[in-house]
Design a protein around this ligand. Sequence first.
Ligand code: SF4
Length: 466
Amino acid sequence: MMSVASLLNRENQNKAMEVVRSQRKSSLPNDAVSTLPLYRSAPPLEVRLEDFEFYAIDRLRVLKGISDGLSRGKKPDEMEKLVYDLWKENMRHPQASEVVNKDIISHFVLRLVYCRTEELRKWFLSMETTLFRHRFLHENPEVQKALFAEFDLPYKVVSRAEYETVKDMLNQVARSIGQSTDAIFYKVPFEEVPELVAGRRVFIKEGNAYIAMSQVVSLVVTQFRSHLSKALVLTNRKWTSMIREQEKDRLTPIIEALSTSYLGPDYSQPTKHTDISLKDIDQIAKSSFPLCMHHLFGKLREDHHLKHGGRMQLGLFLKGMGLKLDDALAFWKAEFSPKVGAERFDKEYAYSIRHNYGKEGKRTDYTPYSCQKIISSTPGVGDHHGCPYRHFSEENLRAALTRMGVGNRALEDVLDKVRNRHYQLACTLTFEAVHGSSCDAGINHPNQYYNDSRKILESPNNSSNP
Ligand code: SF4
């Protein structure tokens, strides 16, 4: 067991991170999205080491789902449903009383994970703020009011007497933006709500904007974002000055792995769609390999050789597809022999293939690489592994996608995602363009691409099937 508070609140702690036992009790039913903490301070909660990691992974699924939704350009109402579903699916706990704890602990664990670089902080800040905004909007007005009060902002509720003097103007603004009139208003310096002013969504008098309770979300979200942004910088200081070293045997490896962790299945076990025969492999590569594997497969056929990184990436992918060890040895031998000769293949290369299948060395049964691992690899000169969306030039990528049959319009969408560094989303759009079918879960693993492709192509409803 360990305490998140003791980890984050060790000596030299900044005041902003002090333990405040501030878990509010919501008056709402114990629904997954009904209790919204402000995460002002690390909680005085004990957590088992496994839960420390599992809770963080569950929250990460929510944040990654939000990130995918945003980069796909989902509309506000679609995002609202997405966030609600993601939260419900991932943040429940078998014990209802633990839901809030899971929420708080997972947030603070991910702070440690995502405080470590500017890029990680930016991503976490943006996703947590989006999550907070949607959860806030989902609360009832009483809870919203209580949350607003917790920020301790210097804004006063408009008194009844003053309300009567401006009531007509307030009603007029409310009608013009299609809102019902609110009974509670705050007076806020107008420069603090630029988006409401720009959208002519508030009544302004003597430099003050009159903000209805239903509009305070933008104020609350700004405060939340600013608190979290400062807290992340402070957490980073503690991480580099203390925690990383003190926890180097216990938590540091977990924390360092979490930001790049792959959250889906490992595809080490063949499924219904993963049982292939060598005679079909060319046809299957053409129709169902993602671009990274398609490229490696083509290079192997062309050069009769692949360097270590390429052999690992493609070899484990084929293993995840269900290629048996004997077939794998036959396949690689047939490919390599024209270049290195059968004898040299047996001596120098067969060992590493058996090794991948757990038959040599430490006898580890290696799992196929996820997109995240492939995308973060650094291929050198003469290497062909990696993710083409990340590692190809735009010109080469354009040519490769055209060869895969991606049409002009879809191609521009794919390249647009690549320019914004959404590589997996680019791969998802390619999948959708090639298969004429949506892939809502997004592509996270080359073997997922393969399995989903086979499912579609082998479906009785597929018109290309006899
Ligand atoms: S996104 Fe994943 S499956 Fe697609 S090409 Fe890159 S590594 Fe391969």
